[in-house]
Design a protein around this ligand. Structure first.
Ligand code: ATP
Length: 355
């Protein structure tokens, strides 16, 4: 199947009648709510009947439900969806359910730069991008025999921290490691975690100026991770480990947070560097992205991951955050995405923010 050119897809679109669509999960309530506030029609894609849940939240419910048998079928309905002038908003679950390869092949206009997936989904490439941007990542330990401090072991392709574990010695590592799975070993950074939610617009110059366009900080969160965040209720981690109970890192929710204001210059410098390097490497990360960081006691940031689209950590801020309130009242990330599409459609710039 030959891929349809994005400009061909958009030529046939009625730009005054666009529909914002996403998969019903993750941050979809916020995406639909934001799109509605900006006057768009909305469409929710789901496997099986999800409507009941959305009926409970009328202001976050899509105008139309589009039910498929399995997520990989979305590509089959691309033509039907294009007839509805659909622009899809990718979020973490959307890309995960569909698989990165299928997402890349999908013949539907998608908000953001799809090429970012190639740089983000491969841990080696992600490291190259972030380090070449001058960010500090946790130190990587190549040989498990060299473990001389607390480390976190991460498996490739594991989502939501699945099976990650902490080890303090080589012996502990050998006890826990799952054979035949690819992994990396990172120093476990001591500090406080901040997940920073940025928005980069290549087409608007009304925020923190970059070489092209501008950058905003919309919010930040801390993830609630089980069992690591609560395990100490039962006793010390060391005690529990002796009983074979090990902390895990599965995300169950998100907690709002605000940072010392004096750290904001560093936050913007990091965001700027990541965007500038992305422009050089693959034409730019467009729209929402999140840097997942630990701030050490010396107030240095160590960045352990980047998410290149709207993250669920923005969900506590449907009616604005302590940062977005200084940009515009009532501004969620979902709404900011809709505003960007609206601005681009009005100024004939859709091809700059959609791939
Ligand atoms: P996702 O793709 O959902 O962001 P993931 O499976 O790629 O998750 P990470 O985000 O890399 O996993 O890590 C999961 C959790 O482990 C983090 O939210 C954080 O609490 C903890 N963590 C990760 N790396 C480090 C580190 N180097 N030092 C301390 N804690 C870490």
């Amino acid at each position: 199947m030959t891929k349809i050119d994005i400009s061909d897809m958009l030529t046939s679109y009625d730009k005054k009648n666009l529909t914002i669509a996403t998969v019903c999960s993750h941050s979809s309530l916020q995406i639909f709510n934001g799109a509605k506030k900006e006057g768009f029609k909305t469409l929710g894609i789901s496997v099986g009947e999800q409507k009941k849940i959305y009926d409970a939240f009328p202001l976050g419910s899509p105008d139309e439900h589009f039910i498929v048998d399995k997520y990989t079928d979305i590509a089959k309905y691309a033509e039907e969806l294009r007839e509805k002038n659909v622009i899809v908003i990718p979020h973490g679950s959307f890309v995960e359910y569909l698989g990165a390869d299928n997402f890349l092949k999908m013949d539907l206009p998608s908000f953001g730069n799809k090429k970012v997936l190639i740089w983000e989904s491969d841990r080696k490439k992600e490291k190259q991008w972030l380090e070449r941007a001058g960010l500090t990542m946790p130190q990587q330990i190549k040989d498990p025999k060299d473990i001389d401090r607390p480390v976190i072991v991460k498996y490739h392709g594991a989502k939501g921290g699945k099976d990650f574990f902490v080890a303090k010695t080589y012996k502990e590592f050998t006890k826990r490691i799952i054979k035949n799975k690819r992994y990396i070993i990172q120093e476990f950074v001591l500090g406080t975690r901040y997940y920073l939610h940025y928005f980069y617009s290549p087409i608007q110059n009304n925020a923190y100026k970059l070489s092209k366009g501008s950058l905003q900080l919309l919010s930040m969160d801390r993830r609630d991770e089980t069992t690591i965040d609560e395990v100490q209720r039962l006793g010390s981690i060391a005690e529990l480990e002796e009983l074979g109970i090990h902390p895990t890192f599965v995300v169950t929710g998100n907690i709002p947070i605000v940072m010392r204001e004096s750290l904001l210059p560093k936050v913007f410098k990091m965001g700027e560097a990541v965007v500038e390097k992305s422009i050089e490497l693959f034409g730019g990360i467009i729209g929402s992205f999140c840097l997942e960081t630990v701030v050490t006691e010396d107030l240095d940031f160590k960045v352990f991951e980047i998410s290149a689209r709207i993250v669920a950590g923005t969900n506590p801020y449907i009616s604005g955050s302590p940062y977005s309130e200084f940009i515009q009242p009532d501004l969620s990330t979902g709404r900011r995405i809709a505003q960007e599409i609206k601005y681009a459609a009005k100024n004939k710039l859709l091809e700059e923010i959609i791939t």
